[in-house]
Design a protein around this ligand. Structure first.
Ligand code: SF4
Length: 170
């Protein structure tokens, strides 16, 4: 989830990173406010692995999610962490299914981008559309609650992390 656009929609590049080299490796590099980011979902994320592991950006090297930290410190067990991951995957699948039912099929966009796109579209007043919208909001909130509790790290705990962690409450 760190690479597929569920947790983040971009990774800020650091001084040690070569935007040109990463772009040549297939990553989507964008400049925003004098900073460069690689966009997620990351094209190098293939089969749950990083296809450019030895050349991945600096922040990819140092990032550890809250769950991994908890496991490393003995706060949680591997079995409990795996169960938590499965739970998150089920919530991700639910949101993805609702995206598709709502006509948002762009798998090359981050979850938050897809969600915001749907929320900013002109409202379809039909009861079916309203119901789907309600379901999607609830599913997205359920997912975000879990991500916030078990996966995201606070910026203060991860000073090199500038990936977007805000979640619009709409
Ligand atoms: S470069 Fe590798 S580690 Fe970094 S986001 Fe892409 S797949 Fe994940």
């Amino acid at each position: 989830m760190c690479c597929n656009g569920v947790l983040f929609h971009g990774v800020r590049l650091q001084a040690a990173d070569s935007a040109r080299e990463l772009a040549a490796l297939g990553l989507k590099v964008k400049r925003r406010k004098n900073e460069r980011h690689v966009l997620q979902p990351c094209p190098a994320h293939q089969g749950s692995q990083c296809a450019i592991y030895s050349r991945r950006p600096e922040r990819c090297r140092v990032f550890e999610c809250r769950l991994l930290k908890a496991m490393d410190s003995g706060e949680t067990t591997e079995a409990a962490a795996l169960e938590k991951t499965q739970q998150a995957r089920r919530r991700v699948a639910r949101v993805r299914e609702l995206f598709h039912r709502a006509g948002e099929t762009r798998e090359n966009k981050a979850f938050i981008t897809r969600y915001e796109t749907l929320l900013t579209e002109p409202l379809d007043p039909s009861p079916a559309a309203a119901s789907l919208r309600t379901e999607l909001k609830a599913a997205m909130q359920d997912l975000e609650d879990l991500l916030k509790k078990d996966f995201r790290v606070e910026p203060a705990l991860f000073p090199f992390c500038s990936v977007e962690i805000s979640f619009p409450q709409k």
